[in-house]
Design a protein around this ligand. Structure first.
Ligand code: SF4
Ligand code: SF4
Length: 335
């Protein structure tokens, strides 16, 4: 067995960044694998998993906090730290705190989320940012917000390495698509078991196999775009780029993967892409309901080609929609 084999591992999931708990809610819909598959230990070849997430836990209060306290004190290892929600700047005000998680056993005072991250991240075997808030700051990090919040890599540093020698793993999405997150977690557990190489990440620390293509490249409506068949309003099947879809430049796989069990995916079901997986979200994609600035130029460029091929395809299609002459009853066989 390779030396890196880890027989069992805790997953300490902090939901107490600035967030809506939507990423935790999202992963309850995962199926590749499901949380149940993971915690019940039915997937062979990975460490036995103990999941600690306040939204999903049966334990509460001090009982729930115990593994977090043990890990912070260096008495629980190995563990994967998952952070959900954006990380506030607790140094930008004279008193108070923006986000906290549990209370200090000695003082009874709330413990700021940043203190937990400071203590747990360097000790974690791997550190994962779940959802756009934790990865890049998200909605909470919009210009002008008072919290000064940011993504985990901006907080810990982009060169951060976990106790296991891994960079932060960013899995963006608002919320994170359930199977994207669980697939990444499974990959890391396979890596911990010594049966997968170092997780491949892009320069924004996103897994390359999930974020290597644009939404547009896997969209149900891509054929309409290519033929310059653009929807003038919602509720029709054509491409919705003129209504505000950013799919041609956004790295996201929900066009192919869907949301739950392969079903859904924003443009597939008629919703414009607002770029929620991207580091520039939300400010650089606003106002959401307007046509993206480059769309006028790109759709004009597609127009000549698209309309020509659409006309030619209609011509060919009309011919292909007719049976060959020799299948008719009265067809005379020559010769
Ligand atoms: S709906 Fe969006 S992602 Fe889909 S083809 Fe049109 S522009 Fe591309
Ligand atoms: S399609 Fe766009 S809005 Fe929808 S999840 Fe992907 S990046 Fe976010």
């Amino acid at each position: 067995m390779p030396e890196s084999v880890i027989p069992e591992i805790d997953i300490l999931w902090i939901t107490a960044g600035l967030s809506c708990d939507g990423d935790t809610v999202s992963i309850t819909g995962a199926s590749e694998p499901s949380i149940e598959d993971l915690v019940l230990g039915i997937i062979p070849g990975i460490p036995r998993v103990r999941l600690h997430n306040a939204v999903l836990a049966y334990r509460n209060g001090n009982d729930f906090l115990e593994p977090f306290r043990e890990a912070a004190a260096g008495r629980l290892a190995p563990f994967v730290l998952v952070v959900e929600g954006s990380i506030p700047n607790e140094k930008n005000k004279a008193e108070g705190y923006w986000a906290g998680f549990g209370t200090d056993a000695a003082t009874g005072q709330p413990i700021p989320t940043c203190d937990w991250i400071d203590q747990l991240a360097p000790r974690a075997w791997a550190v994962v940012a779940a959802g756009t808030c934790a990865t890049f700051g998200g909605i909470h990090a919009m210009a002008g917000n008072p919290t000064g919040c940011m993504g985990l890599a901006d907080y810990l540093g982009w060169g951060f390495r976990s106790g296991g020698g891994l960079p932060i793993v960013n899995v963006p999405g608002c919320p994170v698509p359930p199977d994207n997150f669980m697939e990444v977690l499974l990959y890391l557990l396979r890596q911990a078991a010594g049966v997968a190489p170092m997780i491949p990440l892009d320069d924004q620390l996103r897994p390359t196999w999930l974020f290597g293509y644009t939404l547009h490249e896997g969209c149900d409506r891509g054929g309409f775009y290519e033929q310059a068949d653009f929807a003038p309003r919602y509720g029709v099947p054509q491409c919705i780029v003129l209504l505000g879809c950013w799919g041609p430049v956004v790295q996201c796989n929900v066009g192919k993967r869907g949301w739950l069990g392969g079903v859904g995916g924003c443009p597939n079901v008629g919703g414009i892409c607002i770029g929620c997986t991207m580091p520039g979200f939300p400010d650089k994609f606003m106002p959401f309901m307007d046509m993206p600035p480059g769309a006028q130029l790109s759709t004009t460029a597609v127009m000549t080609y698209g309309r020509t091929v659409r006309a030619l395809r209609k011509f060919t299609q009309a011919s292909m929609n007719k049976e060959p002459e020799w299948r008719k009853r009265d067809h005379k066989v020559s010769g």
